[in-house]
Design a protein around this ligand. Sequence first.
Ligand code: GRF
Length: 219
Amino acid sequence: MLPVAVVISGRGSNMEAIARAAQLGDSRYRVVRVIADRPEAGGLARAATLGVPTAVVPVKSFTDRAAFEEALHAEIAASGAELVALAGFMRILSPRFVARLEGRLLNIHPSLLPKLRGIHTHERALAAGETEHGASIHFVTPELDGGPAFLQASVPVLPGDDAERLAERVLAQEHRLYPLALRWFAEGRVRLDGDTVRLDGRPLAQPARLAELEPDAAR
Ligand code: GRF
């Protein structure tokens, strides 16, 4: 069983999807700790309800980013996690922090990367007139939202969508994506090799698309 730490800043719905999947009999990973950067993060209560140990590394109590990151790294190390899943974690991590976890740090981003890095992706997808939007799981590298993505799910942009409705549709896919990505990692199917992701040993030219893997799944 791969020990996983989930790092959050907010409501933690992705964390919950990850933790619930981990509690199913066939899971290949377990969540050893949920770590938040603020005590108000709603996900902390959700994690506690699920019986998952929680910790807070309150960013506000540190004078600089280096000190915060040192404490966050120590918390991760103490948890025994071998993989770290950022799930709605709203801080930019330094290259030094990222390098220490190279190949063991994942993030979920609400767009079909490399499209729409950064924030407000749903508003920007609508403004750009996209007909397709979605979410991606990627390895974290020092470049913001720039690390290689290996698993995506798409949703259609529908007439009359606003950012909230679109975000909801994407979020439902996010909740399917992250548990599967963690399973793949736990099974040793997915690995970062330099700048490339290998899936089942082969370099992945394009991220795998969940809809294509599970064609019956509801959109
Ligand atoms: C998700 O949309 C995620 O993709 C983005 O922030 C949101 C977090 O939601 N990075 P939650 O905290 O997992 O509910």
